[in-house]
Design a protein around this ligand. Structure first.
Ligand SMILES: Nc1ncnc2c1ncn2[C@@H]1O[C@H](COP(=O)(O)OP(=O)(O)OP(=O)(O)O)[C@@H](O)[C@H]1O
Length: 303
C-alpha cells in the first residue's frame, strides 16, 4: 500500500471544453504504474474525450496531463501505448494478417509471434479481408492491434462492446495478464461488468466531471436486492414498516416493493401473513449499484 508507484497518468485540472460547453472539466486524476483503472459513465459523460486527451488526439482547453512521464504525443509515445478506439475504423481490401504484419513492421517487427497468438486467443480469422469483418471481429482486430506490442499503457474504449461471452472472458484474461506484467490499463465502459471484474479502481464520470472514485473491493458488501411482492389482496403498509434491512419501501395496493440489505427472512415472514401471489427478487449489477450511488435516485424513491 504505502509504496507509491510512479504515475503513468497525471491529469491536473485537465479540461476540454467543446463549443457547446460539453467535454471534460477539471479532471484531476493520477493512475499509478501497474493499475487497471475503469473509467465509467453513461453516454456523453466524457470517457472517450478523456482517452483522446491522453493520446493528443484532442488538445486541452485548460489544465495539463502527463502520460508515461511526458506530454501526450511526445516522440516514441506511440510504441509505448496501445489504443483501442470506440469505433475501430480499419477498412481496406487487405487481409487481417497483412494488416497486422504491416502494423508490426511499423513498430519494429518484433511481435509477429505475439499477434498470431492474440488473434488465435480471440478467435480472429486472420485470412479474412479486413473490410468483410463483422463489427465483433473488427473489435477483436482492434484488440489485437492494441495489445500486440505489449505496450506499457493500454487505453481501451469500450473494449467489451460487441464481444460474445467467450470474447469477453478472453478480454478479461488479456487485461489480467497485462497487469501481471506491470502494464497499466485504462478502460472505459458504460456498463461496469467487465471493469468490475478486472479494475483495481474505478472512476465515475458524469457530464464531463469526475463524480466518484473507488477502489474495487473484491469481497465487496453485497448490494441490496430489490424485491417486489405481489399479494392477492391489498395489504397494510404498517405490517412492513421498520423491518430490519428493509428500505425504500413502497406500496401500491397489492404490490409492495423495497430494497433488502441482509437476510430476507423478516420480509418473508411479514409477507407470509398475507396471500403472496408472486415475489420478484433482483440483485443490481455492480454497474447499477455504482450508478445508483453516484447519479440515480435510490430504488423506490419514485416521484
Ligand atoms: N469533437 C467534438 N465536438 C463537439 N462535441 C464533442 C466532440 N467530441 C465529443 N463531444 C461531446 O462531448 C461530450 C463527451 O463525449 P464523449 O464521446 O467523450 O463521451 P463518452 O462518455 O465517451 O460517451 P459514449 O459512451 O457515448 O462514447 C458529449 O456531449 C459529446 O457530444
Amino acid at each position: 500500500m504505502g509504496t507509491s508507484a510512479p504515475a503513468v497518468i497525471a491529469a491536473d485540472h485537465l479540461t476540454k471544453q467543446f463549443a457547446d460547453g460539453r467535454g471534460v472539466h477539471d479532471l484531476c486524476l493520477t493512475v499509478p504504474a501497474g493499475e487497471v483503472f475503469g473509467l465509467l459513465g453513461p453516454s456523453g459523460a466524457g470517457k472517450s474525450t478523456t482517452l483522446r486527451l491522453l493520446l493528443d488526439l484532442v488538445r486541452p482547453t485548460a489544465g495539463q496531463v502527463t502520460v508515461l512521464g511526458a506530454a501526450p504525443g511526445s516522440a516514441g509515445m506511440r510504441a509505448r501505448v496501445g489504443y483501442l478506439p470506440a469505433d475501430v475504423l480499419f477498412e481496406g481490401r487487405e487481409s487481417v494478417s497483412s494488416l497486422l504484419r504491416g502494423l508490426d513492421r511499423a513498430r519494429g517487427g518484433r511481435n509477429a509471434a505475439r499477434w498470431r497468438t492474440l488473434a488465435d486467443r480471440l478467435g480472429l480469422d486472420t485470412g479474412r479481408r479486413v473490410r468483410s469483418l463483422s463489427p465483433a471481429n473488427r473489435r477483436r482486430l482492434g484488440l489485437v492491434a492494441a495489445f500486440m506490442h505489449d505496450p506499457e499503457l493500454l487505453l481501451l474504449d469500450e473494449p467489451a462492446a460487441g464481444l460474445d461471452p467467450a470474447g469477453r472472458h478472453e478480454l478479461v484474461t488479456l487485461i489480467r495478464d497485462a497487469r501481471e506484467r506491470g502494464r497499466t490499463v485504462v478502460l472505459c465502459a458504460r456498463q461496469a461488468t467487465e471493469a468490475w471484474q478486472v479494475a483495481d479502481r474505478v472512476g465515475v464520470l458524469h457530464e464531463g466531471r469526475l463524480v466518484g472514485l473507488e477502489r474495487v473491493a473484491r469481497a465487496a458488501h453485497r448490494p441490496a436486492r430489490r424485491v417486489q411482492v405481489h399479494f392477492a389482496e391489498p395489504v397494510p403498509g404498517a405490517d412492513f414498516f421498520g423491518l430490519p434491512g428493509v428500505t425504500d419501501l413502497g406500496l401500491d395496493g397489492r404490490v409492495l416493493w423495497c430494497a433488502v440489505d441482509g437476510p430476507l427472512d423478516p420480509l418473508i415472514k411479514a409477507a407470509a401473513r398475507h396471500t403472496v401471489t408472486d415475489m420478484i427478487i433482483t440483485e443490481p449489477t455492480p454497474s447499477e449499484a455504482l450508478i445508483d450511488r453516484y447519479y440515480a435516485p435510490p430504488f423506490g424513491a419514485r416521484p
